[in-house]
Design a protein around this ligand. Structure first.
Ligand SMILES: [Zn+2]
Length: 206
């Protein structure tokens, strides 16, 4: 057992704010959409997640909420209680299931377009950039799963669990956006950039 420290949460918040600003500049977090999280403790599971309703290009280190395994807010001394994203429950579910310590959720247009074109999953193979998501550049058929959207995070979490392939660090939520995960936030950034590129490529050559 350990407990999240104020400094640990603020450090995570600073990293989340920096990534959110980067993704906003890419046009992947329009309006106040999307959310990012980092695991701050595993036992019990606690995540720092970007707070709801804020411009993701203007976050500061303290614009985070701490949530437990169900996505509900957990109080940490020295951290102002902000409302976590409504999607925090899915972040916690992904962290628990995949073991990843960083989760990225963006409303990247190419993810929504790809989900529209291939509701049964996006098939990719024989592209060098697949190496960027831990797969092979040749003779490796990769399927990015597509799950049906829901406002109920338990339902969405069940769909995620059913679609999850441990070899593929990304899932598209149809008519909504993209989730990716990795051991670190920087690695999750690289995965997100590569997946978005691969989806743009698949759409362009279809
Ligand atoms: Zn979303």
């Amino acid at each position: 057992m350990n407990v999240p420290t104020t400094q640990g949460v603020l450090d995570a918040g600073a990293r989340l704010a920096a990534e959110a600003a980067r993704f906003t500049s890419f046009g992947w977090m329009r309006g106040t959409s999307g959310n990012l999280s980092e695991v701050v403790t595993r036992d019990p599971l606690r995540l720092a997640v970007t707070a709801s309703g804020l411009d993701k290009g203007e976050l500061t280190a303290s614009d985070v909420a701490v949530v437990g395994p169900d996505g509900g807010p957990v109080e940490v001394g020295g951290i102002a209680p902000l409302t976590p994203s409504a999607e925090a429950g899915l972040h916690a579910r992904i962290a628990g299931l995949t073991g990843a310590d960083a989760i990225v959720h963006v409303h990247a247009l190419n993810a929504v377009l790809a989900g529209h074109h291939w509701p049964g999953g996006v098939r990719l193979r024989d592209v060098e950039t697949l190496k960027g998501i831990g797969r092979l550049a040749h003779d490796d058929e990769v399927v990015i799963p597509v799950i049906v959207n829901s406002q109920d995070m338990n339902e969405l979490g069940d769909r995620f669990e059913a679609a999850y392939d441990p070899r593929t660090p990304a899932v598209i939520v149809a008519d909504h956006g993209l989730y990716t995960w990795a051991p670190t936030l920087k690695r999750a950034r690289h995965v997100t950039e590569c997946v978005e590129w691969l989806l743009a490529y698949a759409i362009a050559i279809r």
